[in-house]
Design a protein around this ligand. Sequence first.
Ligand SMILES: [Zn+2]
Length: 432
Amino acid sequence: MKSRQSVRASPLSYNIQINKRRLLRDLNAVSRIGIGDRGSVTRLVFSIKELRSRQFLIHQMRQIGLQIHIDRIGNIFGRLDGANAKAPALLVGSHLDTVIHGGKFDGTMGVIAALEAVRILKEQKLVLQSPVEVVCFVGEESSRFGYSTLGSSLVAGEIRAKDLAHAADAQGTKLEDILASMGIYRNNLRSMSRDPSTIRAYLELHIEQGPILEAKKKPIGIVTSIAAPTRFRVVLTGQADHSGTTPMEMRKDALVAASEFIVALEKICRRYSRMEKGRVVGTVGAISIEPGVINAIPGKAELSVDIRSIAAEAKRRVVRLVQARIREIARRRKIQVKILPLREEDPVPLDKWLIHLLKECCEMRNIAYEIMPSGAGHDAMQMAKVTPAGMLFIPSRRGISHSPLEWSEPEDICLGAQLLLDSVIRVANETT
Ligand SMILES: [Zn+2]
């Protein structure tokens, strides 16, 4: 049996370095799965490409010799035991699914950095107090079903059956049907969650997906809270008529009503952001119309609405105003409106102990950091509801993400991965 060494001092006293070449090599290898035009990456949840990326991870975990557990939805946990095998595990990871024509770094970097951290621990034969598990959550992105952080919500026991009811992809495949094929039903959703007493904490490294770190020339962000979205679909039903024979005053044009609503949403969010503490952002990101031909008045318009803020009360008020406005527009235009809820989440603060610990990790290596909220949602948002959760950001060039133009510098990726390893050693050695 190999000698066991327990690390109690700071990571720096052991000077454990990640293997940068291997980290970037693995990141590139995953990026090639689902690569398309202009270097874009598409790995929609439950697609063949996404499954292949998960297989890649499982293969790497096997090579390291981690104990692999895959839950019913496909979340992957690769476990490295600690000195105290019964202690709750530190989970560290992110997601491998992407949006359509997304980038190489969103999610993937966090999973690969976690893999590298654990691989180094294993190579160096360092046995920490708590077990450490590399985790890949399924379906963090909402671009297929309009439902985000699917896998982590299930682990955290945060999925509500009513939220799933309207989740379907562009082809009409219902998320509920896919889950049912895995043996996950409305009545057993809660039983899919993981016992929180088996989790010590959750750490996630991610690209910022915003412009702040680049503007402030800081290589690391430490996240304080995550803005959670309220999402709903709006279905407007008017009357499809001939575009030549129907007088303007007799029309029930669903698209014109939708247009009025989109502009109103922008106005409300802008006005509210100026008046209130706590920025609120609102977006109509998708719209479909019927019949969608040049010579017919649109009889039906369906829109997706996404409203976010760090301030829970401000967001709730904007949601109320926006929904009242669409009802008013529909009434005035004599059009039917249906509002179908997709997701209602409160903003989530991250753990103060971990924020402090991540600061110390940066200070030990003399790294400048920014303390900041996250405007984008992450798996950490769900995990924070059941365990202390912490997040590190690295800069995104020009703040761009969900695009083939998404880019983070290799040195920032390596630095982020190094700090992730440092913090894993600290957290897994601090006993409660
Ligand atoms: Zn992500």
